[in-house]
Write a protein that binds this ligand. Structure first.
Ligand SMILES: Cc1ncc(C[n+]2csc(CCOP(=O)(O)OP(=O)(O)O)c2C)c(N)n1
Length: 356
């Protein structure tokens, strides 16, 4: 295991200036150390494609960025890598956490790339190396090699020692009630099973498994950012759908809003955005999205949004009860705090037959 703060100091003395990131729990301690350090800038990105393009722009302006993403995020970067970085000869270190998979594990979103990740890297026209997490000098020289060549660095689990965020970077959500309270209420209102609930990757789906035992739930373990569009398709097919999403998932493929808005008069679909201001499931990293007005974004995409943020169960109950069986595309924005960890839905519930 590498000493994380020493590793970050070495990155800085080697001239690296920015860490462009979509978080993965494997990189949590490295991310915390960079957020704590004022000599290197943390750049949280809506998607891996965004992180990669920002890094390319930084490199073009003489900075020295590093990209950190999860293996599933490397697929989002494919277009940037093959049609920008490769043809224009732009290089910088890209660290990709190598998620593994054990048979029977419910994290089925990682199953394919657990074995195929190196082949994907090679298909993009890159070599791969595996970060040496036993020696800082070797690890830094691997990254320096990635900075000059078409090489992607794969990051094994438990590579970095534990780092806590400094107090000033910690979120205070104590004035909001936890998401579980809203999920329990959804469960009691929607026991009839006529509504399909879609839970997004991250802690939303996990908590639905614990707090919504009586509803008809689909737990989308991967495909981050795709929940609204999945719900759109299901509602275009005739289902009544409610998507429960997180603030990081919501922005990842936000273009889906513009497509969904077109069908607002033909479908029965509601997106409930639970904003806990963080990527809870990958280590609680702040999403740094306070500049966003989610309600206005949604309204301007032609979607019917409840006008004010919801912060208590009574208001929530009224709004949910008013959502009728009528056609419409609705959006609710809820400010919430986080719950204690709940278990992942087991494989039998994650791999359901969604065509039934
Ligand atoms: C393409 C892709 N990139 C990154 C991840 C890793 N990841 C899983 S959940 C998550 C954050 C989810 O945060 P949010 O949507 O706010 O929900 P929360 O966990 O806070 O409830 C991330 C970054 C992923 N699964 N897929």
């Amino acid at each position: 295991m590498l000493d994380t703060n020493n590793f970050v100091e070495e990155l800085i003395s080697n001239g690296y200036t920015h860490l462009c990131v979509v978080p993965c729990s494997f990189a949590k301690n490295l991310i915390n150390s960079v957020i704590n350090n004022t000599n290197i800038e943390y750049v949280p990105a809506a998607s891996e494609a965004v992180a990669c393009s920002i890094a390319a722009g930084l490199k073009m302006s003489g900075k020295s960025p590093i990209v950190i993403v999860q293996s599933s995020g490397l697929t989002n970067m494919g277009s940037c890598i093959t049609s920008l970085l490769k043809p224009y000869g732009i290089t910088f270190p890209m660290m990709v956490s190598w998620r593994t998979y054990k048979e029977g594990d419910s994290e089925i979103q990682h199953q394919h790339l657990a074995t195929e990740l190196p082949r994907l890297v090679h298909a993009y026209g890159y070599e791969h190396c595996i970060l040496d997490n036993t020696n800082i000098d070797t690890a830094i020289s691997q990254l320096n090699n990635c900075n000059d060549t078409n090489t992607i660095c794969l990051l094994p689990k438990d590579s970095f020692s534990k780092i806590e965020l400094k107090e000033e970077h910690k979120l205070d959500l104590s004035s909001f009630i936890p998401r579980s309270e809203y999920l329990k209420r959804l469960n009691s209102i929607n026991k009839d099973k006529n509504t399909l609930f879609i839970g997004t990757t991250g802690n939303t789906a996990r908590e639905m498994y614990s707090f919504m035992p009586d509803t008809n739930n689909f737990y989308m373990a991967g495909n981050m950012g795709g929940a609204l569009s999945l719900g759109l398709g299901a509602s275009m097919g005739g289902k009544r759908v409610i998507v429960c999403g997180g603030d990081a998932e919501f922005v990842m493929h936000m273009g889906g809003l513009t497509t969904a808005g077109r069908y607002r008069d033909d479908i029965n679909l509601t997106y409930i955005l639970f904003d806990n201001e963080c990527n809870k499931s990958t280590g609680g990293q702040n999403t740094y999205q306070k500049h966003l007005n989610y309600i206005n974004i949604v309204k301007n995409s032609g979607i019917l949004a409840h006008n004010t943020p919801i912060e208590n169960i009574d208001d929530f109950t009224k709004v949910i009860n008013n959502l009728s069986d009528k056609i419409g595309l609705n959006f609710l924005y809820i400010k919430c705090s986080t719950d204690v960890e709940t278990p992942r839905p087991p494989i039998e519930t994650v791999r359901v037959n969604i065509f039934k």
